[in-house]
Ligand binder design. Structure first.
Ligand code: SAM
Length: 251
């Protein structure tokens, strides 16, 4: 039988593609990968729209007990639903490979990802460097990698997309991400994210309440972006067309 890996898009239940929805209708079981990103609608709303039960799939289930999903796919059609696009900024290659090893047919149905939705900001997608991921800091865990990625990209004149952590009960805001970047900056005694550097904060891209703001590090640190999800962009060297677009979002 088939494992359908289906991208759901970024916002609500209606962002699924027609092909994705046709696959959902065929499936005997649906799993929603629920730890790397999230839709703005509840599981119940999704189930109502599909007319089917949807099982939330934790990181533990997908990464450590994937057999429970794959064994079902030996006999039934299974839908593995991923918010955004299936293989964008996520780690589902492992599930794909394991399914293939078991001789399970896998079909991928793509959708929009945050990696492409940021195009609306007006910064050329070809000119982004490495993407950074910002985890919630803990007392004994304050990785400098996101800061280093921003620094290297800036040196190369490239833009940086910073994706923000999601925990079960909370998702990181633009403000929290900036505060953490400044904490690393202070510790390293460097001057990369100077308070006058202009950056872009985004919230709920792809939704009707999408918000994009361009301003200094200090301005964005205190700006209220509202409901999740948020991400941050540090622009590199700007082309005049990019500058024109950024002006639209000035605080
Ligand atoms: C691991 S990435 C998403 C991967 C997903 N498979 C995709 O293709 O978009 C999750 C992070 O991207 C950012 N993100 C996702 N959707 C967003 C949205 N609609 N608006 C702003 N940021 C978003 C947030 O920082 C979120 O924590």
């Amino acid at each position: 039988m088939t494992l359908y890996m289906i991208g759901l898009g970024l916002n609500d239940e209606k962002d699924i593609t027609i092909k994705g929805l046709e696959a959902v209708k065929k499936c005997d079981y649906l799993f929603l990968e629920s730890y790397t990103s999230r839709l703005s609608v509840s599981l119940e709303k999704l189930e109502k729209f599909y007319g089917k039960k949807v099982f939330p799939a934790s990181r533990e289930l997908v990464e450590k007990r994937a057999e429970q999903i794959l064994d079902k796919a030996l006999e039934k059609d299974i839908g593995f639903l991923v918010v955004g696009d299936v293989f964008s900024a996520t780690t589902h290659v492992d599930l794909f490979l394991r399914a293939r090893e078991k001789g399970i047919k896998v079909e991928t149905i793509n959708n929009t990802s945050i990696l492409t939705a940021v195009g609306v900001v007006g910064l050329e997608l070809y000119k982004y460097g490495r993407t950074a991921s910002m985890p919630y800091f803990q007392e004994s865990f304050k990785p400098e990698t996101p800061y280093e990625v921003v620094k290297q990209n800036l040196r190369a004149g490239l833009h940086t997309l910073v994706l923000l952590d999601i925990k079960e009960d909370k998702s990181m805001t633009v403000n929290e991400a900036i505060i953490q970047l400044l904490e690393i900056e202070r510790k390293k005694k460097e001057k990369v994210l100077t308070r006058t550097l202009k950056i872009v904060g985004c919230a709920r891209l792809g939704s009707e309440t999408q918000l994009i703001k361009y301003g200094s590090v200090s301005e964005l640190k205190d700006y209220d972006f509202g409901k999740p999800l948020h991400c941050l962009i540090i622009p590199g060297k700007l082309h005049f067309m990019e500058e024109e677009m950024l002006k639209l979002w000035t605080i």
